[in-house]
Design a protein around this ligand. Sequence first.
Ligand SMILES: [Zn+2]
Length: 513
Amino acid sequence: MNSLSLIPGCRIRHVAPQGQNAFVVAVEGRAPHGRCPACRHISASVHSAYLRHPADLPSFGREIRLRVHVRRFYCRNQTCPKQTFTEPLPRLLRPYARRTRRLAKAQARIGIALGGEPGARLLGHLAMPTRADTVLRLVRDQPLPAQKPPHIVGVDDWAMKKGRTYGSILVDLERRKPIQLLPDRTASTFSAWLRRHPAVEIIARDRSSEYAKGAATASKAIQVADRWHRLLNARQMVERWLAKAHVRLRRLPLVEKPPVALGQRARAYPRTRAEQAASADSHARWQALYEEVRQRHARGEKLLAISRTMGLARGTVRKFAQADSFPGRAVRQPGPRILDPDLSHLNARLAAGSENATALWRGPQDLGCAGSPKQVYRWMAERRTTPAKTTARKWRSPNPRRSAAGTPLPSPKQLAWLLVRPPTALDATEAAVLARVQQDPEAATVADLVQRFCTLFRHCCCERQTRNSEQTSIKTLTAWIAEARSSGIQAVETFAAGVEQDGLASGKRRALQ
Ligand SMILES: [Zn+2]
């Protein structure tokens, strides 16, 4: 066994079984002398010896525990501060380690492939048992693989705790790999990293001013505000504007009544008293919170501070602070219905003036209608112009709150998506909602500007640009910025100013990348 050099730097003295699943291998150092780690003098005078019991790689499916006979030598060098030193076994063991180097490496490899808990479970089966925490510690102790210096990096922020602490993630965009996490998202941290990586030539970033500042101070790299963030910011801008304008837009009349209107599905049946009371309670509670947020905001409190004191989500606080009146709840978008195949027939009968649900149901019944009478009643209830004969008197008068608030409209978030999507991608219902919103002149301006902005960026995203088309795009963008900055709509103007600032910071040529 010793001729095979199974244990690096050691000689095997004997092997003995320990219980059913393990062997104990007694070993001792091969060298007749040791080298003092302080003065490098060689000494063969043994002072004493002791035993270490590190675990080693398994053998024959059994765990291996070494019993290493470690000698302690005198250092005979008079000038050396050490009087004795321990026999070093550098290839086998680290000082104080409880496992051999090769076992630690094997366990760490499994940890890298599987992670802590699953790795620990597998290691138990492979006769190298250890705990999940140890697997993770061994993974962390492994040296990192050598990295090639990055040339094109992407930087963005990420939340360690959303709304509280943010770090930055750096991605090598050529190799598509994350390369570093920074502890915060400040300009100074980012610029310090850039100074350590002078090979960076292009930086793709979001539109945050901190990264722009950090990149400008530390590097001559070309800065690129990436498309995804531009389109995201455009939609967020529309959403902010809509939060303010939503109440006004809700009062706009319908353009045409689509077969199943988006966000316009009224309740076919009155709610129970308990349901109504619960809903009114919830409404009052939110209304009170809304008013408190508005007051605090008017007093000059920061949104983040309000969110912390009142225990509300930051998004909710921002929405409340920006809305001129209490924003209603988003209306759920209905999915496909069982009556869809019969809609043409039902719509024709309705247009002919028939509002009798039972009669309507009998019609498609003969044609093989899949719906039940109740479904036709509900469909009818959303569309009747006068109450049915069977409607109880107390439900006949119109709901005053509903008529004051106008006809329901999708939430600002849903509407913002309608405004930024290509018009060709909208179905008839969505197009009708959009047309209704665009009756408002300011909404029409916002919709037009944001559509052109998105088209410009989508267009240059899917085509490889020649120098000529690039020039054209820059001209279009410059014209767009000028128009948006004089639109008289605050949200749009701020956004356009930001886009322009980015263009100046990064060179107009790159503004469209
Ligand atoms: Zn020495």
